[in-house]
Design a protein around this ligand. Sequence first.
Ligand SMILES: [Fe+2]
Length: 180
Amino acid sequence: MFTRMQDGTPEDWAVIGAAHKEHFYKTPAHLMDMLRSLKNITAGFACDQLQHSLMTGTLARRDDATDEEVAIALLHDVGKSVNIPNHGPIAAELLRPYVSDDAYHVIYNHQHFQGKFYYTFMGENPNMRDDFTEKSWYGLAVKLVDRWDAPAFDPEFEVDSLESFEPLLQKIFSQPGRVL
Ligand SMILES: [Fe+2]
């Protein structure tokens, strides 16, 4: 096996290509680990961010949401495991190869939709969601935030377990994903 890419041979690349394939299917396990890590982030809310994510996913599931809607409800804040201020864009880019363009934009912008409920307390415009009313994904963003995300800060709510969502994550994310 080469030690400088400049020296690569077809045989080297056949080995590397085959070894890469096993990693295509590890995305669900990585996402589960990232969700688990949210247990360590409370950030002033009444419940930790794992409980919040599970409650958001559970509310979506009990609201007859589609598989993709349940998945993005569960994962919309997974970017907080990396960085809180940019968590929307981080999660959106992370999930983008596996979800629809509408779902991508919902995750990317969901904080501005939540802003309706708190931006005024931060000196910001609480109506920023109005900038997106013409977008194809506006209705989904409203549904995700108003029905599942914003009400999901109850530490006493009996959420579905993280493991109960694993088959769904396997179904959507256990694939190479589209190339961006
Ligand atoms: Fe959230």
